[in-house]
Structures are given as structure tokens and as C-alpha cells.
Design a protein around this ligand. Structure first.
Ligand code: BES
Ligand code: MN
Ligand code: MN
Length: 472
């Protein structure tokens, strides 16, 4: 990369971090209606950053939280890259497990701690600062850039598809770039070529009209917590296989080549166990930990509540019990069809002494890209330079980013999933953080990427794209 650009990123690193902290102070919790005014402030922050670089930027209202769109299109003939990211964050709960408050960004052990530090404010910010570096030094960018930064990713991107559909022509691009995943490990940057899909639902069973005295009424009315527990216990067998009929029908088995590629990543179950703090690993038999996390579907309970949860005993039969469920899906599984199967399965198992209510939420399908796509080779070169390593891992991930499939279906483009964070950054957990070094290297990799993508286009007339030897 041009040394002037790289020097700019070094010299301004401290200021970038201060600006990121300003971004992190805005509690943009998309799921929380009380955060509505903060969502606007979050969008305004992103808009100010992009407009401040001389880009054509606007805040686009949606029926939910606004989308920030910006473009810089002054590189005729060069590729057009769409940067996607999200300014919304997960709820910070449970608050008492945070060492410092979630919206008071604090530096500790070389990391900035705050909700959204790694997911996704810190990561998306690298692509804004890389553009700044080019524009403030060279005065122009090597590629055309379009930014779509939304505020509803953590609640399923429910208004984004309509925006993409309605703005197809304006959003035309050659490739999308998303930094919202993780590295494979410490100093082991990775490009993610596959993500799992998801379906989300909630079930409430109701017994008595209100909580009842468990001595006076217990034994003669069904306890909703007991009934619901039985229903959800029937979701898996004792080998952790999901029992919903047809759940595995559409799953495409992993190829031997892919299983081998996973094995070659030499994943350490011991380290993973330490990292998670579990007494023992668990999951479907006959699959490795990476296969279970990246390429097998699951059914998870995310929340389970009923009755009295305060201090000390209370003798009641609760009126209701609720469970929140998500299933992670792999390629070829249909979230809508499986939401229906889950609905039917639980309904059939609800005792007649309880009333059954089922709500299906968001869903998206899994996605796997062709890992030999030339953009991946260009990105890996930029990452190797920024991280000063000689190879970039090619991995899949278990998480979901609903929009990547829409990018393919609506805009016809592949997405480069370039994760600067770590899975140990506590995303969605208390004490979320992002290493300052990863933030800085992310800005460099991003700035380098614009150049590599421009070169790729120039090279394209030549017979072969540069080798992918630094990928494994
Ligand atoms: N950034 C994550 C997804 C992610 C994290 C992918 C780490 C791979 C590695 C994203 O913000 C996220 O949390 N997505 C949700 C999607 C859901 C709400 C539709 C998820 O995966 O739970
Ligand atoms: Mn994210
Ligand atoms: Mn997230």
C-alpha cells in the first residue's frame, strides 16, 4: 500500500480510537424501543463521518431504524465495492456482569471495552477510516465505494431487503465487503466463505388465568413450567440430534474435501473448552467441533422463563411459561418450512391442559461462497500485509448475517467476509471488547484492499488471477 496512506493511518490511530469511543457511547440497542432516539443519533454519527469525507451521504428512514447510505463514485472504470455493516448492537444485559459500564468505552489490556466494540461498530469503522486515509492523502480512492450501514441487523435486518430491492440500480456493485465476523484465532486472520442461517421463534404456554397458590391449587391444574419443559426436552434425543420431523432432510452433507480442510485447521478442543468454561464439550456424535459449529444445524433455547425468579422461595403455580428458540441452519435448509415444522412439533406436544401460542420471528438461509473467487485472493493479500503474516485461513462460521444472501440474490454479488475481531471478544456477552491492534490492522487491511481490488480489475485481462497460495 502507498506509504502515505499507511503513515496517515499510523499517525491518526489515537484520534480514530477517540472517535470510535464516541460512537460506542451511543446506546444503539435496536431491540429496545426506549433506545429509539439513540438509534437516530447512531445513524447521524455514521452519516457525519461519511459526509465529512465529501461523500454523498443520506439517512434513509425505514419502518424500523434508519439506514445510512453514502457513495464515492469518482474512480471511473475501477470496481465498485459495497461496504455493509451495522450500527445497532445487542442489549447489554446482564449489566452486573460488566466490569465497566457497556456504554462507557474503557481501555484495558490493549482493548476497548463496550457493547458494539467488535460487533460491529469497531469493525465497520475501519472501512470508514481507510477511506479517510486515501481521501486525505492521495485525494481519491482506487475504487468506487458505496456504504450501506443499517440499524437492524441484530433484530434480523427486517427492512433491509426492501431497501435493497427498491434501490437495485443505485446499489449496483462488483463485490460486497463486510467486517462482522472473526479471525480464526490470535494473529490468525481469516476470510469466511460460509455462514449458517437462522430461524427464531417464541412459545408461550398458559395454564391458570393468574399465578395460583401452589398448595391450594397445585396438583389439580397443569403447571405451565413443567409442561413447557417437557415439550422442549423433546426437541433433542440423548445424542443431541434434533427430533423435529424432516429437520435434517435437506441438509447437504459435507464433502470429504471440506471435512479434510476443516481438519487441517487443527482446531483445539481443549482450548475451546477452556475458552468457554464448559466442564465438557457436547454435540451431535460423529462430527468434529468445527463441523458442529459451522456445518451442522442446531436447535437452541435462548431464554426460558416462568414463575417467580426473585430471592427466596415463593409457593405458586405460575400462570405462564415462555421459551425463546433459534435454530441455526445450513445450506439448502428452508427457514420458513422449518419454522412450520417446529411449530407443529411443539403444538402436538403441548398438554391439553395448557393453551399454546407460537410466534415465528426472523429467518434467513445459510450461505456458502465459492472460495476460489478472485476477490478472496485480493483480500488475502491485503490482510497478509496488514497483519504481517504469510497466510490467511479460509473458514466457515456458525453465526448469521442475513443480508449476504440478499446481496447475492438481489444484487448478484458475492460478499467478502473479512473479520478483524476474535470470537473471544465477548460479542453478545458482558465485557464485549475489541483489540486496539486489531482495529488498527483492520484499517490497514481495508485501505490495502481498495488498492488490491483495483489492481485485480487491471489484471483481469491477463490470463491468470494471482495465486491463492497464501490461503488455506
Ligand atoms: N456479527 C454477527 C454474526 C457473526 C459473528 C458471524 C461472529 C460470525 C462470527 C451478527 O451481528 C449477529 O450477531 N447476527 C445474528 C443474526 C440474527 C440476529 C438474525 C446472529 O448470528 O445471531
Ligand atoms: Mn454483527
Ligand atoms: Mn451480533
Amino acid at each position: 500500500m502507498l506509504s502515505t496512506v499507511s503513515d496517515y493511518l499510523d499517525k491518526n490511530a489515537d484520534r480514530f480510537l477517540e472517535e470510535l469511543k464516541e460512537f460506542l457511547r451511543i446506546p444503539t440497542v435496536s431491540a429496545d424501543p426506549d433506545c429509539q432516539p439513540h438509534m437516530i443519533r447512531g445513524a447521524e454519527f455514521v452519516h457525519r463521518q461519511l459526509a465529512g469525507l465529501g461523500m454523498k451521504a443520506e439517512i434513509i428512514p425505514t419502518p424500523g431504524h434508519p439506514i445510512v447510505y453514502a457513495e464515492w463514485l469518482k474512480a471511473p472504470g475501477a470496481p465498485t465495492v459495497m461496504v455493509y455493516g451495522h450500527y445497532d448492537v445487542q442489549p447489554p444485559d446482564p449489566l452486573d456482569l460488566w466490569t465497566t459500564p457497556p456504554f462507557d468505552p474503557t481501555l484495558r489490556d490493549g482493548c476497548v471495552f463496550a457493547r458494539g466494540a467488535t460487533d460491529d461498530k469497531g469493525q465497520v469503522f475501519t472501512h470508514i477510516k481507510s477511506a479517510e486515509a486515501w481521501l486525505k492523502t492521495v485525494g481519491k480512492l482506487p475504487v468506487n465505494l458505496k456504504y450501506v450501514i443499517e440499524g437492524e441487523e441484530e433484530v434480523g435486518s427486517r427492512n433491509l431487503d426492501d431497501f435493497l430491492e427498491a434501490n437495485k440500480a443505485r446499489l449496483k456493485c462488483d463485490v460486497a465487503v463486510v467486517s462482522d465476523t472473526s479471525q480464526y484465532g490470535l494473529n490468525q486472520p481469516a476470510i469466511t466463505y460460509g455462514l449458517r442461517g437462522i430461524l427464531a421463534a417464541e412459545v408461550t404456554v398458559t395454564g391458570p388465568r393468574k399465578d395460583l397458590h401452589s398448595g391450594v391449587f397445585g396438583g389439580a391444574v397443569m403447571n405451565p413450567a413443567t409442561g413447557l419443559s417437557r415439550m422442549i426436552a423433546s426437541l433433542h434425543d440423548d445424542r443431541e440430534r434434533v427430533l423435529i420431523p424432516g429437520f435434517y432432510d435437506d441438509v447437504v452433507p459435507l464433502t470429504e474435501a471440506e471435512r479434510k480442510q476443516f481438519q487441517e485447521l487443527h482446531f483445539s478442543d481443549v482450548e475451546f473448552q477452556t475458552e468457554t468454561g464448559v466442564p465438557q464439550l457436547a454435540g451431535e456424535s460423529d462430527f468434529s467441533t468445527l463441523e458442529r459449529r459451522w456445518a451442522r444445524p442446531t436447535c437452541e433455547i435462548n431464554g426460558l422463563f416462568s414463575g417467580y425468579t426473585g430471592v427466596g422461595p415463593k409457593t405458586i403455580v405460575p400462570s405462564k411459561a415462555t421459551v425463546k428458540i433459534t435454530c441455526r441452519l445450513v445450506p439448502n435448509q428452508d427457514p420458513h418450512k422449518l419454522t412450520e415444522s417446529l411449530h407443529q412439533y411443539l403444538k402436538d406436544r403441548c398438554p391439553p391442559s395448557l393453551k399454546f401460542e407460537f410466534t415465528g420471528f426472523h429467518g434467513c438461509s445459510a450461505f456458502v461462497f465459492d472460495p476460489t473467487n478472485p476477490y478472496i485472493a485480493a483480500a488475502s493479500e491485503a490482510i497478509c500485509e496488514a497483519w504481517d503474516v504469510d497466510r490467511v485461513r479460509l473458514i466457515r462460521e456458525g453465526g448469521s448475517i442475513p443480508v449476504v444472501l440478499t446481496f447475492k440474490e438481489v444484487l448478484g454479488v458475492d460478499t467478502l467476509l473479512l473479520g478483524w475481531g476474535q470470537n473471544t471478544d465477548n460479542l453478545h456477552s458482558p465485557d464485549e471488547h475489541f483489540a486496539v491492534a486489531d482495529f488498527h490492522r483492520g484499517t490497514k487491511a481495508s485501505a490495502g484492499l481498495w488498492e488490491k481490488l483495483a489492481l485485480l480489475q487491471e489484471r483481469q485481462s491477463a490470463p491468470a488471477i494471482s495465486s491463492t497460495s497464501n490461503l488455506c
